[in-house]
Design a protein around this ligand. Structure first.
Ligand code: ADP
Ligand code: MG
Length: 644
């Protein structure tokens, strides 16, 4: 740490040269991050999906996912139907016992019908159990398949989707949306079908048993239908509102957790809590309103049920008294009484189930909308895999904007010979990271061409392009797991020896083995349990193992401890050998060693050349460098001056 004056163009970088050029860059990024992390939830755009209650199209699409499990499903369905039939005929046994058995005082007849009754009930219960089991299995499979499809699809979506969609919302697709689909998918299709069959079956049997009693209660059916219609309309809208409110609570929570460091750095705890509570408040009143509607509807159904019972027993009783041929038997009244129960119970159950179904429909819409989303960047129909590249990269008049109307890269042209290293420098927002993203084809450019070895990257398959690119991003990304697993990540079949070899080549083997568990040390979620420098070294080793012909590095702006920093420097020098390298550089030592330095400003190249050429020229770069040097000698704090 003796030396704080950079020694440009000399071989060994001093610790001074490793100071970041970007204190203000960091500050600016922090502020940017704050805006990203704390959007006002009240300005929040709502879900893309409009209000739509039960839709046949959605149901049909969901049923489509059952296809692989149809044999099992039909087995369950068949059992369910037979069981249902058994159940429907039980009231007729009561009639026989009362009308035939009791008057004739025949114990055998009574016990015989009771036995049939018992048998039918047991059969109905057993068959129903088989049905439930089968539809559970099918449903769980469907949910699993759906979740897999969502995961798979998310991995293939373009970066622009992740830019504009909140993390919380994305997570909801694979978690709570799946949960709300689960109930209806697992038991729902059968429940609805069986309930309808049961209702119509019971209705038909009442009519068959006695038409007068049938007419006496039949007028209740339109009342039920109307009530049901009104309820569905209300609850349908309300449910959508409730789901949206809940989704906002969830995504707000997720954002606060992801941004927990920034939250505490900016003392935003109170403000955030207030916002969170506001969203909660809305969510709670939404839930209360939903409950209010069910709270009216359910008792109303119960009332209709009691009313029917009173009519059947009262009017049926009177009909029993009348003499003549149309006199009703007591057994018939009892049978109709039971059948009415069988008619009303599905209606009441469906009322409960309706809430679930509404949620499932909303979830299904969202999940399918996600699955229908086409990645903006896709392989073209004639895209071919790339041959092994030498690494000649050409940007030819490239114009790009995240919003096409507002370009952030303007007619950028750059020719990078194979094996050379180009350093991109410039202020925050000048387009360095965007340039790297375009080469990796994370976004589709609007004008111009990017060619590798003369091939337009849009004519190559994305997979083959990425196979030949080693990418280390600003936040060097590790997955929870061990160091070994992380190094092997791009090429899982890599042997331990190959990993050791790569680590030795980068001179970091000793660093990894010195860790508590050596290569088996776990890195924690996103690598949070190991130092930033070490994370970077894991990424570098990963690159060496994959051995791509192009290396893209968006240097981390945060400081790394000095010892690791030295390691990072030497490892970096080894990696760039024999690879075309594009580095977004913040370390002076990296910049100085590049074959070419490209200075960007607002998406345009304003200077280009080697370190010494640019110093001689006395332009922007020279100015930046001067500031850096003077700051270095004046200020020995950890943060360096701005590269501006
Ligand atoms: N994902 C994004 N969506 C929309 N605009 C973006 C996105 N990323 C960067 N930008 C904008 O593009 C411009 C260039 O940004 P970037 O390439 O990240 O610059 P640098 O890496 O040099 O700091 C900036 O104006 C920035 O605000
Ligand atoms: Mg950047």
């Amino acid at each position: 740490m003796s030396n704080h004056t950079p020694k440009p163009l000399t071989s060994a970088p001093s610790s001074g040269t490793q100071k970041r050029l970007s204190a203000a860059t960091q500050a600016a990024e922090k502020i940017h991050a704050e805006k990203e992390l704390f959007p006002d939830p009240r300005d929040d755009e709502d879900e893309e999906i409009s209000v739509r209650p039960i839709s046949a199209a959605m149901t049909y699409r969901l049923i489509g996912w059952l296809k692989p499990y149809l044999p099992l499903y039909f087995k369950g369905l068949l059992c369910g139907l037979v069981g249902l039939g058994c159940d429907l005929f039980t009231p007729l046994m009561a009639r026989k016992i009362i009308d035939v058995g009791i008057p004739s005082r025949d114990v055998e007849v009574i016990l015989g019908f009771a036995a049939i009754w018992a048998f039918l009930s047991i059969a109905a219960i057993l068959l129903d159990a088989v049905q439930i089991d089968a539809s559970n299995r099918c449903g769980e499979r469907v949910i699993m398949d759906l979740r897999r499809a969502v995961f798979d699809h998310l991995q293939n979506l373009s970066m622009s989707f992740f830019d504009r969609t909140k993390l919380g919302r994305i997570i909801t697709r694979g978690t709570s949306d799946m949960e709300s689909l689960r109930g209806p998918v697992v038991s729902g299709i059968n429940t609805v079908a069986f309930n309808f069959i049961l209702m119509f079956g019971a209705g038909a049997l009442i009519l068959y048993t006695d038409w007068r009693l049938f007419l006496a209660v039949a007028w209740l059916a339109p009342v039920l239908t109307l009530a049901n219609h009104l309820y569905r309309e209300k609850i349908g809208v309300q449910h959508q509102i409730t789901r949206q409110g809940y989704s906002r609570v969830a995504s707000n929570l997720a954002e606060n957790i992801t941004g927990v460091r920034v939250v505490s750095a900016f003392h935003r705890q109170d403000v955030n809590l207030e916002r969170f509570n506001e969203l909660q408040e809305i969510n709670t009143s939404n839930n209360i309103r939903s409950a209010h509607y069910s709270g009216i509807y359910q008792p109303f159904l119960e009332f209709i049920k009691f009313l029917g019972q009173v009519i059947i027993l009262g009017y049926g009783g009177v009909l029993c008294l009348s003499g003549g041929p149309d006199r009703l038997s007591a057994g018939t009244v009892v049978a109709v009484f039971f059948l009415w129960d069988k008619f009303m119970n599905p209606t009441i159950n469906m009322g409960n189930f309706y809430n679930q179904l509404m949620g499932a429909m909303a979830s299904a819409e969202r999940v399918f909308a996600l699955l229908d989303l086409k990645p903006e960047v896709q392989d073209r129909p004639n895209a071919a895999p790339l041959p092994r590249l030498k690494g000649h990269i050409v940007f030819d008049g490239v114009t790009f904007g995240y919003d096409p109307a507002r370009p952030v890269i303007h007619a950028l042209s750059l020719d990078i010979e194979a094996g050379k290293t180009v350093a991109l420098v410039g202020a925050t927002g000048s387009g360095k990271s965007s340039t790297i993203s375009l080469l990796a084809r994370f976004y589709e450019l609007q004008q111009g061409h990017i060619r590798v070895d003369g091939i337009d990257i849009r004519d190559a398959t994305i997979t083959s392009l990425h196979k030949q690119m080693g990418l280390v991003l600003q936040v060097n990304y590790l997955f929870s797991g061990t160091i070994m697993e992380n190094i092997r990540y791009p090429v899982p079949e890599t042997t331990d020896e190959q990993v050791y070899e790569a680590a030795k080549a980068l001179d970091v083997h000793d660093l990894f083995t010195a860790l508590p568990n050596g290569y088996n040390t776990t890195v924690g979620e996103r690598g949070s349990q190991v130092s930033l420098g070490l994370r970077q070294l894991v990424c570098f080793t990963r690159i060496l193992v994959a051995n791509p012909s192009i290396f893209l590095l968006d240097e981390a702006t945060s400081s790394i401890d000095t010892v690791t920093e030295m390691k990072v420097q030497t490892a970096l020098e080894k990696i760039v050998k024999g690879r075309t390298t594009l580095i977004v550089a913040h370390r002076l030592s990296t910049i100085v060693k590049a074959n070419c330095i490209v200075v960007l400003d607002q998406g345009r190249i304003i200077e280009k050349g080697t370190h010494s050429e640019l110093l001689l020229k006395g332009g922007h770069y020279a100015l930046m460098y001067d500031k850096f040097v003077s700051h270095q000698s004046a200020d020995k704090k950890d943060e360096g001056p701005v590269l501006k």
